[in-house]
Design a binder for this molecule. Structure first.
Ligand code: GLU
Length: 491
């Protein structure tokens, strides 16, 4: 097999989304599996749609997933520059070659004329497309118009008949009728190439061997193939992964929980989970396996495994997968990753002490199995950090306002403050003892106690919670609850 060269060729026109980054994942996996080079090329020729923050977001997305590129922005490489806006001389030279060969021509039609033409075609119920008004302009005419500075674009002269076919690894042979293809623009009047032209020129000059890009680009591919043919170049291998839809089979959007790619990082998805999910969103190894480690993906990924049907973005599944990765991750790592969320919620200071970190870690350990996204951590654990408890109203009515509760909590407070072994077992024994003394069921003891120390009706195991909170906090909280209850009675 020749040396693999794949490229991720984003246009910096906005925040990258799931579909963009999935392409990069496939590129990267393919390159990791076969060796060769993963090239990042920035297709920034559409000046009107250029969004300056987009490049950083693209590169940050790749970095977050650990998709290191071999050539491209920041790292350079021998096929550079890797920004199309810096490669204009290549396009200029090659477009001239096509004009000389008779495969392209200048077009001086104004946008007003094109709009009128379109309107007339629509009114006559004809297919819309350029009417080739400029295709037969004489050389002299063209020269004189250019000399006068009349704005011009360069169009590709698409053969009027015949077909253009190409092989797609995912879909097999695909054929388009040439008569349905417009004489598309190669070079715009601002001197910048179109996507169609720059993309082909760069894929050729950068010696790209495999093009992996979303299905939405299939209809552009025959145009690309015609350009390859006009130059006498061999096209790379094409693979078009399927479109990604929302659960209702409409275009994926915010409604489906799909957000700008880096928002997943913000919400606390782990990169390993994202990599796993994105890969399986359009690829399968032929089995039911859904969880793959990074190494496994590299070992198993093939272009042939890309599926040939639309795929559905499933937020619940992504969250489930993220939960699996969170549970499997080391508590030290999860604590570190949860830290910003706790700080943002005001539960931990900007520079926590080692003791505060240790406390946070023991608390997170209790809730780790419940986390689907790291950002849930603040809500799940806030009561561990805030001594001013927010009491669940229903819980107060159901559990704390019972007659036996003040006596129960009083006894518990005394025994817990006297306890020398504040371990889970030690606490368990105390709670049991109080229950027996008062001849109460487990529930009659456990629920009010949980309310008294957490303010909530649900949470991790009670003894584990009490142990993690620590003796001083627990005793103080029971005391405060007792005070609250007596105030309630007086009131
Ligand atoms: N610049 C195109 C994009 O933004 C690249 C498509 C392709 O890979 O050819 O997706």
């Amino acid at each position: 097999m020749e040396k693999i060269r794949v490229r991720f060729a984003p246009s910096p026109t906005g925040s990258p989304h799931i579909g963009n980054i999935r392409t990069a994942v496939y590129d990267w996996l393919f390159r990791q599996r076969h060796g060769g080079s993963f090239v990042v090329r920035i297709e920034d020729t559409d000046r009107a749609r250029f969004v300056p923050t987009s490049l950083d977001e693209l590169l940050d997305s790749l970095r977050w997933l650990g998709l290191q590129w071999d050539e491209g922005p920041e790292v350079g490489g021998e096929y550079g520059p890797y920004f199309q806006s810096e490669r204009l001389t290549h396009y200029d030279k090659l477009v001239k070659q096509l004009i000389e060969q008779g495969d392209a021509y200048y077009c001086f039609c104004t946008s007003e004329r094109l709009a009128e033409m379109r309107k007339a075609q629509e009114a006559a119920k004809q297919p819309t497309g350029y009417d080739r008004a400029c295709v037969s302009c004489s050389k002299e005419d063209v020269q004189s118009k250019l000399a006068q500075g009349i704005p011009a674009v360069v169009r590709f002269k698409v053969p009027q008949d015949g077909n253009t076919s190409f092989h797609d690894v995912v879909r097999g042979e695909i054929t388009f009728e040439n008569r349905l293809l417009d004489d598309f623009v190669l070079l715009k009047s601002d001197g910048f190439p179109t996507y169609q032209f720059a993309n082909v020129v760069d894929d050729h000059l950068m010696e790209i061997t495999h093009i992996i890009r979303g299905e939405e680009w299939i209809s552009s591919t025959p145009k690309h193939v015609l350009i390859y043919q006009a130059f006498g170049w061999t096209p790379p291998v094409f693979a078009h992964p399927p479109l990604i839809f929302g659960s209702d089979r409409t275009k994926l959007s915010k409604r489906h929980g799909a957000v700008a790619f880096l928002d997943y990082k913000e919400r606390g998805f782990l990169p390993e989970a994202m990599l796993n999910y994105l890969t399986t969103l359009g690829w399968s190894d032929g089995t039911d396996q859904e969880l793959f480690s990074r190494d496994e993906l590299i070992e198993k990924f093939t272009l042939e495994g890309i599926v040939n049907h639309p795929v559905i973005f499933d937020m619940q599944k992504l969250e489930w997968m993220n939960g699996v990765y969170i549970r499997a991750a080391d508590i030290g790592l999860i604590t570190e990753l949860c830290l910003p969320y706790l700080q943002k919620a005001g539960l931990l200071p900007a520079n926590p002490t080692p003791a505060e970190m240790e406390y946070a870690s023991s608390v997170i350990a209790l809730e780790k199995d419940k986390l689907k996204v790291l950002s849930d951590v603040a809500e799940l654990t806030s009561f561990f950090f805030q001594d001013e408890l927010e009491f669940d109203e229903k819980g107060v009515g159901k559990w704390l306002s019972k007659e036996h509760v003040p006596t129960l909590l009083g006894k518990l407070m005394d025994k817990l403050s006297a306890l020398t072994d504040f371990s889970i077992e030690g606490i368990d024994a105390v709670v049991r003892e109080v229950g027996e003394e008062m001849e109460m069921s487990g529930g009659q003891v456990i629920h009010p106690t949980r309310m008294a120390v957490t303010g909530r009706t649900v949470g991790p195991g009670l003894f584990e919670t009490i142990s993690a909170l620590g003796q001083a906090r627990v005793v103080a909280r029971i005391k405060r609850t007792l005070e609250m209850l007596s105030e309630m009675q007086v009131g």
